[in-house]
Design a protein around this ligand. Structure first.
Ligand SMILES: *Cc1c(COP(=O)(O)O)cnc(C)c1O
Length: 397
């Protein structure tokens, strides 16, 4: 049996009749960049997430970069984030000229550890004017939590820390559109809790475009105006530039595809959660649960149904690399998110981090594996994956 990690064709089959005429209409109009289709999609995202402002952009990475630019974060500044994430998180910080500062993760959720974050901030110097300074001299301006694998970071505590230290919060919600965080202020959408939230519509994300695309949401109207200008080379009217921005625009074609898919997102996420629950039951029946680190679901009992969207289904497993080989042999798709934490990346060598600095991120990089969880995954495939795991871990059975 072949079980792909992700099967985008299965989803497309259900939507092709809705999508093709709309794409045809854009081709007939020959209006490809921004325009009413993009505005319509932005309005749909506002409606869906409850965010007052949405700005469609060219990718999730550009969304993060623009968020930092809009908050005037650059040389001499620092932004605190996690080393266990996709490269774009910290890469965008570096691209502004600011310094990424890493803190370790919580081994249960893989999100930023609150204790580590607090320790990092407490170790900074607080100057008379409120400036928070690193030992290396940079001014700490923001925290960039990542809602990894579709599970929100502990935002109540994180927002309180940010407020206490006078820092912005930029949410990397690239994997978490549609996940809700049941916090003190009720359930809120991933991406809508900090100053700015960033989404990615890379095709393999839970809401995927037909190419690259992303989006920024924010609560503040002036910040939204600035983001909209930055998307278009920092000009509020053509050829007059108030800021230096970039070409961060989204295409009408992507907005159309995303607008057609968005109404299905919650039901797709529900299927992902059901698949995770099926894995749980099957692994338990096979006696494998005690052996594996099954994903924790810290908000599962909150009454919020969308407490995790399982953009990835990531287990902690013994003999990970051998298991990968066995899965490949059995025709089962899998992936490692992420094999090398960001503090050990070659391009960040000048930040001065080394092996052992963030032991939980390093351990996660060695021990975790992502298994197929996409909404259309047949139940029989889950059975086959679990059977394959059982044969690997209990060969004598
Ligand atoms: C995918 C992803 C990004 C970048 O999004 P792109 O659209 O691929 O640029 C950033 N952060 C995280 C956590 C991601 O998973």
């Amino acid at each position: 049996m072949q079980v792909p990690l992700l099967d985008l064709k299965a989803q497309y089959e259900t939507l092709r009749d809705a999508i093709r005429p709309e794409i045809e209409a854009v081709m007939d109009s020959q209006q490809f960049i921004l325009g009413p289709k993009v505005e319509g999609f932005e309005a749909a995202i506002c409606q869906y997430t409850g965010a007052p402002h949405a700005i469609g952009v060219s990718s999730g990475t550009d969304a993060l970069l623009m968020a930092l630019m809009a908050l005037e974060i650059g040389p001499g500044d620092a932004v605190v984030t996690t080393p266990y994430t996709f490269f774009g998180t910290a890469g965008s910080i570096s691209r502004t000229g600011a310094r990424p500062v890493f803190v370790d993760i919580d081994p249960a959720t893989y999100n930023l550890s609150l204790d580590a974050l607090e320790q990092c901030l407490d170790a900074c110097t607080r100057e008379a004017d409120g400036t928070l300074r690193l030992a290396t001299g940079e001014r700490v301006r923001a925290i960039m939590p990542v809602h990894l694998f579709g599970l929100c970071a502990p935002m109540d505590e994180l927002l309180a820390l940010a407020k206490r230290h006078g820092l912005f919060v930029i949410e990397d919600a690239a994997q978490a559109l549609g996940a809700r965080y049941p916090g003190r202020e009720g359930s809120r959408h991933a991406g809508t809790m900090g100053e700015v939230g960033c989404y990615s519509f890379f095709p393999s994300k839970n809401l995927g475009a037909f190419g690259d695309a992303g989006l920024v949401v924010c609560n503040d109207a002036a910040l939204a105006d600035r983001l909209r200008a930055l998307r278009n080379h920092g000009g509020e009217r053509r050829y007059y530039h108030r800021w230096v921005g970039g070409n961060f625009r989204i295409d009408a074609l992507q907005a159309i595809v995303l607008g057609i898919k968005l109404p299905h997102l919650d039901s797709w996420s529900a299927r992902r959660r059901e698949n995770a629950a099926r894995y749980h039951a099957a692994l338990q029946a096979a006696g494998l649960l005690p052996l594996l680190g099954f994903p924790t679901r810290p908000y599962a009992d909150s009454g919020e149904p969308h407490h995790h969207n399982f953009n990835q289904f990531v287990l902690r497993v013994p003999r990970r690399d051998e298991l990968c080989a066995a899965l490949s042999e059995a025709g089962i798709g899998h992936a490692i998110y992420y094999p090398l934490p960001l503090h050990l990346q070659e391009c960040f060598a000048d930040l001065g981090y080394g092996e052992g600095d963030f032991p939980e991120a390093e351990r996660a990089a060695r021990e975790t594996i992502a298994l197929p969880v996409y909404p259309e995954l047949p139940e029989a495939s889950i059975g086959y994956v679990v059977e394959t795991l059982a044969r690997f871990y209990q060969p004598g059975r």
